[in-house]
Design a protein. Structure first.
Length: 182
């Protein structure tokens, strides 16, 4: 599992970090597909999320949410270092309700890609995802959608044609409208 998923995490973290660093200050107030966040709030949430997944990979708990700091790339790198350790993939996380750590790694990938896509839409920038990563996310989302919705992590499914690209089908399944524009 680690050998397959870790490169996907690395790729998603790098793409998302590149995207975050490309956003100028004047775009931080733009709306995003996450109605509760503008761009600044979304990036702040993303900073916290990668810190959370770093902590959980090391056996820790939920870090406190902090104000936007603009250090997403550094936080994402620390998260990757934590997931690079084989023991990060073993057992369950008490902090995350006893979920297997492999599930949590998938959640980290889901978060990186979904919010990377959110940010790309909000700012009018591209966001490419490899087909293998999109397929992995779609399969994971199919398994986790009921739990994700019950816990508020996923929105209600958005209808997407079955012949739509894999990434769009994943996005629709987790409650994103692939046609969203600011």
């Amino acid at each position: 599992m680690r050998e397959e998923l870790l490169p996907m995490l690395r790729g998603a973290a790098q793409r998302t970090a590149d995207l975050v660093t490309s956003v100028p200050e004047e775009e931080l107030g733009r709306p995003t597909p996450c109605s509760e966040f503008d761009v600044r709030g979304l990036v702040n949430h993303m900073e916290w999320a990668v810190s959370l997944f770093e902590s959980v990979a090391g056996g820790g708990g939920f870090p406190p949410q902090k104000e936007y700091t603009g250090d997403f790339p550094e936080r994402a790198e620390r998260m990757l270092i934590a997931w690079d350790k084989p023991e990060s993939w073993e057992g369950v996380s008490e902090a995350m309700g006893g979920l297997p750590r492999t599930v949590i790694a998938h959640m980290a990938l889901t978060d990186l890609v979904a919010h990377g896509w959110d940010l790309s839409r909000a700012t009018g920038r591209g966001y490419e995802v490899e087909e293998a990563t999109a397929a992995r996310l779609l399969a994971f989302a199919r398994d986790m959608a009921p739990i994700g919705r019950a816990r508020g992590a996923f929105g209600e499914e958005v209808a997407v044609p079955e012949d739509a690209p894999t990434l769009e089908r994943f996005l629709g399944l987790i409650g994103r409208d692939p046609a969203w524009r600011p």
